[in-house]
Design a protein around this ligand. Sequence first.
Ligand code: AMP
Length: 412
Amino acid sequence: MANEFQPLQGMSDIYAPEIYLWRMMEERARAVFNAYGYDELRTPSLEKLSVFKRSIGDTTDVVKKEMYSFKPSKHELALRPEGTAGTIRHLAGRGEEGLNARVFYIAPMFRYERPQAGRKRQFHQVGVEATGEANPLADAECIAMQKNLLDAWGLTGSKIQISTRGEPSDRKPVAEGLRAALRPFENELCEDCQRRIDENVLRVIDCKNESCGKIVDQIPSAIEFMSPASRDYLDQVVEALSAMDIEVTVNPKLIRGLDYYVHTVWEISHSALGAQDALAGGGRYEIALGKKGIPGVGFAIGFERAIMALNACGITGEQFAPDGGIWLVSLGEAALKENMKLARELRAKGIRCGMELEAKSMKAQMRKASRSGANTVVIRGDEELEKGIAVVKDMAEGSQQEISLEEFVRDA
Ligand code: AMP
């Protein structure tokens, strides 16, 4: 139910305990990318609309229907719907260095889509782009890294499907071949696809309508209209992956929607995701910027969907919650002040440490201690201060003992 305390439709607040899972995923992603020599890139969330139009292509749904765009002054601006366009805008500005770079990003994306399970208007992606090396091994290495990341998160049961969009010179024969093969079935296609045959025939191939799917099964695949070199490129990617023991399925019906793709495209799905089962996508692209065409390969994994899949594997935020730490109980004003000092010392050691900041009853303080999830409670009053000791209670076992404060701090 919408109310004044809720974020906008299709957007979410992310908080504990789920945030602990996000942090684990981000940390492990950084470690995996570091191992492959990728550095982090943070681009602004807002760019000129033209940055997205020129690279994603303005016939795609993302650009045509789903952009949050507005015109505050001279230029039309847009919130980024994906990470590649801004990354390439940045790399192109870095000259030679940008043409041979490996970068990753972890960032929010914005698409004005109809919200439903697994489809949000603000969602988050972890993604990578590698420019320069335009060969099948670069594509295979990128997929291998993505698989490493899913493994590092503990995600099992995902499936990789791969295909090719071929070279730009394949576009015409593919479109003509598919159009001719579909023409005899034109009247049996859904209304959208009858239009798509002439507008953007590849979209017929990945139409989700069941009867369109049956027709597509009867005609030759897009790959069959491509040049031998393009088909060989795909074979080499699959072979390189198989040599690394990475299982993929070639699915010629996989068409990634964006215009900038050439050669390899892939998608990773997970059965726990239901209708929106795409967990991640990736591909090789050639993005024209100025006179230059920048070759690159990259992927993006949706955080929210990865979390749904991880939850289905029994992996949740609670498992990555920080250590419960220590709670200080102060009996009297003097102990309250001394505990402020002790808390500072413990916190400087990186220990999670909490305390009540006003003199309250022992019972009230213990209740707060247990609500905080602390593993250990340290109780001090005038007597303990005088003797230089503390009563230390183990919350799991319920046992308690007196120990010297000095010893406690040293071992904490
Ligand atoms: P795409 O750039 O559309 O290939 O998306 C890459 C990945 O981002 C997808 O596989 C999803 O995991 C995720 N994703 C895309 N759109 C959304 C959305 N509206 N809500 C949540 N996740 C999304």
